[in-house]
Design a protein around this ligand. Structure first.
Ligand code: ZN
Length: 251
């Protein structure tokens, strides 16, 4: 079973479903929504929703139009340190300008020899305090959760270990997420350490959330974990997929 969770988009689901059928994988509808929570970027994964839900589609569309504006500002910032042509370069990697994001700028920077691979780009560029970073107002976290639920889906707090929050802020994030109707947390993530699996399993228990596994896979060779290589959820976690008909069929 696999969910495709493109950023702020559901357009790839049809193609993915066709491919999944040919290799015998059960595909779950997904997306990963860019949100802003207290001026921080927080990602909310939506799973198992109706991809034709108008509220969800309108919300995602609004975020994608913001991406184009953000990309222009990222390119302007990189130009200040002499890296020109990044907007065109990033568009080339994105294929479609409405999904343009940091990963496409990262690929351009690697191609131009500014970093050896995509992972190391994010040590020197595109993150807070480094060239190419711009702050951007995404959707409100609670709005994203509402859109997912409007489509009958489950809202999942993505890779909480990546947000660099202390205990107090982390608890506040979990509290706000749960109050807004969030139902699950990515306990196992391609960007979590083994210790963090246990840490977020404990948060899931405390906040009575279901648990999910997210690869954070962005393409071959750009990841900490390859697709299908995620470890199992820690004991005691309730998998987000347990009650889905698809999972019952697989069992
Ligand atoms: Zn994410």
């Amino acid at each position: 079973m696999l969910a495709l969770t493109d950023h702020d988009d559901v357009d790839g689901l049809e193609e993915a479903r066709t491919a999944a059928v040919t290799v015998g994988i059960c595909l779950i509808n997904g997306t990963e929504i860019s949100t802003t929570w207290h001026k921080r970027g927080v990602h909310i994964v939506g799973l198992h929703f109706d991809p034709d839900c108008p509220e969800l589609l309108n919300g995602l569309e609004a975020i994608r139009s913001g991406r184009i504006e953000r990309a222009r500002r990222m390119a302007d910032d990189l130009a200040k340190i002499g890296i020109t042509g990044s907007l065109e370069g990033a568009y080339r990697h994105a294929g479609n300008e409405r999904i343009i994001g940091r990963a496409h700028f990262a690929r351009f920077l690697v191609e131009q020899g500014h970093a050896k691979d995509v992972k190391s780009v994010f040590k020197r560029f595109l993150v807070k305090g480094k060239p190419g970073y711009v702050s951007h107002q995404w959707a409100a976290m609670s709005d994203a959760i509402d859109w997912i639920r409007a489509g009958g889906g489950v809202a999942v707090l993505a890779h909480p270990g990546r947000y660099d929050l202390g205990k107090t802020n982390m608890r506040e994030l979990f509290t706000d997420f749960k109050d807004a109707g969030g139902a699950a947390v990515e306990v196992v993530s391609g960007s979590h350490t083994r210790e963090q699996y246990q840490e977020f399993a404990a948060y899931a228990r405390e906040f009575d959330l279901l648990s999910s596994c997210g690869s954070d896979y962005h393409g071959p060779g750009e990841n900490y974990l390859e697709l299908g290589r995620l470890p199992e959820l820690p004991l005691g976690c309730h998998p987000v997929w347990a009650d889905w008909e698809e999972a019952k069929v697989l069992n």
